[in-house]
Design a protein around this ligand. Structure first.
Ligand SMILES: [Fe+2]
Ligand SMILES: [Fe+2]
Length: 305
């Protein structure tokens, strides 16, 4: 990693969608919808945590909200492991999956890398933002589960700044620069914000077409609203954490719950009466400080069994 990157990002056709037949019996009011993110499996300690992730019932689904890891094969191995245990796995990309890391033999960049990740997930039967939004019909349902890939556009600006350039300059001056600046290539888009805006526009269209009778669970690696970034130790980091363009999506798109990760600050907050769940595991040095064995899998819908 370049020395300037004093702080990296540590704040931070499917096996057809199963329609109630056989394993995963999703038409009954059973099971629970769980979520986790930021598994960062390049760390051996985190791989041990992943080894311990188990459903409570054969009907449980697991949302994996990005940052499984940086190396393509690590992401595939982990999602396969989870796919083998849960009735359905739903994945969205984090910034780490989108890095073109020098240690990864897969050298794809930008959208080509994302497309390859989606193809890998389809081979595994893991749902992605490119699939039809599934409906969770288990306990707490029915709800539309919408996996989203929206990225960020530097609109969560550093304090006292009014443009992307100013905000980035403030971050470099503070030595708080996300590694994305070096490893997350926007190809073929001119920059990451253009990619973000394209994703936002396309996703808005798809969400508008979702069943208006159902509430939603909106899943995105980056928080849909800025408020969760207010507690960042380094406020300059917020510019890599989302976009103002989604500030009212939890209201406009009927969210029962919004799920995100990326900040490595696992917690539950409420915004405009909507529950937001940060479901990240984070790095061993982070969860180690909290003490005890990490239990990163968060129940999103469905009662205890
Ligand atoms: Fe992360
Ligand atoms: Fe992240």
């Amino acid at each position: 990693m370049p020395a300037i990157l004093r702080r990296t990002c540590d704040t931070v056709q499917v096996r057809a969608y199963r329609s109630g037949v056989g394993a995963g019996k999703i038409d009954g009011v059973t099971g629970a919808l769980f979520a986790v993110s930021d598994l960062h499996v390049s760390y051996a300690e985190n791989r041990t945590v992943v080894d311990g992730l188990r459903p409570e019932s054969p009907d449980d689904w697991l949302i994996v909200a990005g940052d499984v890891g940086e190396v393509f094969a690590d992401v595939e191995r982990t999602l396969r492991q989870l796919r083998d245990r849960f009735a359905q796995v739903v994945w969205v990309p984090g910034n780490h999956e989108l890095w073109t890391h020098p240690a990864d033999p897969v050298t794809l960049r930008g959208r080509a890398r994302y497309d390859a990740l989606v193809g890998m997930c389809r081979d595994l039967g893991v749902l992605t933002p490119e699939d039809d939004y599934p409906v969770w019909r288990g306990a707490g349902g029915p709800v539309t589960v919408a996996p989203l890939f929206l990225l960020y556009d530097y609109s969560f600006r550093a304090p006292g700044t009014t443009s992307k350039d100013e905000s980035l300059r403030a971050a470099y001056a503070a030595g708080v620069v996300c590694t994305d600046e070096v490893l997350l290539h926007p190809d073929p888009h001119p920059d990451r914000e253009s990619w973000c805006w394209e994703r936002v526009a396309e996703t808005e269209r798809r969400l508008a077409a979702a069943d208006p009778a159902l509430p939603t669970v909106l899943v995105n690696h980056w928080p849909l609203v800025r408020q969760p970034t207010d507690v960042l130790w380094y406020p300059e980091f917020a510019q890599w954490c989302g976009t103002d363009r989604t500030a009212d999506w939890h209201l406009r798109h009927r969210a029962a719950v919004a799920v995100y990760g990326h900040l490595h600050i696992p917690r539950t907050t409420h915004h405009d009466g909507v529950r937001f769940e940060e479901v990240s595991l984070g790095y061993p040095r982070e969860w180690g400080r909290r003490g005890g064995e990490p239990r990163p899998m968060r129940r999103i819908l469905g009662g205890a069994t």
